[in-house]
Write a protein that binds this ligand. Structure first.
Ligand code: NAD
Length: 333
């Protein structure tokens, strides 16, 4: 198939692209390349703002996969106006143009962040969402804009990913497992704000496999799917990372608990993706830590600016010709 990865030069796209090529698909990446290009040689990269691509450009693609936009809470909170444009309006625009171009399927990279604060309940895709913060609202709006375009000749699939972690050639250290790994390695300490909150978690190799399953599923399939390896409390996750690092010969990190509350606390059920897309995850979080450990010599200074989306994004915003009130904020998802 001819596949367009919109936002494919990012963290997920840099692992998904080689997987799709290995599966025999032809990949074009369209991306503004905020974090550079870390894709394999020979991949066709169109450097463009996705708003500039219309139905004429999209004609001839079999699948459009949307993995662009602002990809965490700190970015969304720093510039809520841009967030709603990039995360809500942009996927709706692209899905509309793709359908007009005759593309058969649009796959949207959604997020379990839409569940927001649902606590101990286990959320299926039919559970109410509760996300009164810019990132969650915008991912929810983007999903709505895409999904309601589904019809017989246009399949729409939304993958609500848990927090994705693990090694990518375009690395991020602002995702929970990666952040804990980095701080254990560099400071010997893992900081936990609130040990009791739940997070669905997912290895980057598995999220890429889930996108492949969505791309290749029979064209009659449309729908919203949770995708995660499982759910862990943040305190349990910190212990798992500490213990895995010790078993690999790494440092014995100390866990520091701050008891600061979080506005996100959600856990999800993933039966639907197993039953409909025949997808089961392969990598647990110990495997994820192992992959980070194996690549540890490649990272250099793990505080480097481009490992943190918000640090790069603040600079991008400085160049935009708009002046808005922007919030200060932390670095991490
Ligand atoms: N990483 C996670 O844990 C996670 C979890 C759930 C959902 N998601 C979603 O999955 C997708 C991919 O996440 P990621 O971690 O790879 O993000 P990322 O920030 O690494 O990559 C996003 C890419 O999109 C590009 N981009 C953004 N807006 C653009 C525009 N208007 N035109 C052209 N290019 C544009 C950026 O240059 C970047 O390369 C995002 O939509 C994110 O919201 C990610």
């Amino acid at each position: 198939m001819r596949i367009l990865l919109a936002g494919g030069a990012g963290y997920v796209g840099s692992v998904l692209t080689p997987l799709l090529r290995e599966a025999g698909h032809e990949v074009t990446v369209a991306d503004e390349c905020w974090f550079g290009v870390h894709l394999p040689e020979g991949v066709d990269v169109v450097r463009a703002d996705l708003f500039s691509l219309n139905r004429h450009f999209l004609k001839g693609f079999d699948r459009v996969v949307f993995i662009a936009g602002l990809s965490n809470d700190p970015m969304a909170e720093f510039d809520p106006a841009l967030n709603f444009v990039q995360n809500a309006a942009l996927p709706a625009y692209m899905a509309y143009e793709a359908r007009e171009a005759g593309v058969r399927r649009f796959v949207y990279g959604s997020s379990c962040s839409v569940y927001g604060f649902t606590g101990d309940e286990i959320c299926t895709e039919d559970h109410r969402v509760n996300c009164p913060y810019p990132y969650g609202i915008s991912k929810w709006q983007g999903e709505q804009g895409v999904m309601h375009l589904a019809r017989e000749d246009f399949s729409a699939i939304a993958l609500r990913q848990g927090t994705v972690n693990g090694h990518s050639p375009r690395m991020r250290f602002d995702l929970v497992v990666n952040t804990m790994f980095k701080s254990a390695m560099t400071t010997g300490r893992i900081t936990v704000n609130d040990p009791s909150i739940w997070r669905p978690l997912l290895d980057i190799r598995d999220t890429s496999r889930a996108f492949l399953a969505a791309i290749e599923a029979p064209e009659s399939v449309s729908g919203v799917f949770n995708v995660a390896w499982g759910n862990l409390r943040i305190g349990e996750l910190a212990e798992l990372i500490r213990d895995t690092l010790v078993s690999l010969g790494g440092p014995q990190a100390e866990i520091e608990t701050l008891n600061r509350s979080d506005y996100r606390n959600y856990r999800v059920d993933c039966s639907r993706i197993r039953e409909v897309l025949n997808f089961t995850p392969r990598y647990d979080m110990a495997e994820t830590v192992r992959s980070l450990w194996e690549h540890r010599h490649e990272y250099g200074d793990m505080e480097r600016e481009d490992y943190y989306n918000i640090r790069v994004f603040k600079k991008i915003c400085e160049h935009l010709q708009v002046s808005r009130l922007r919030a200060p904020g932390g670095d991490h998802a």
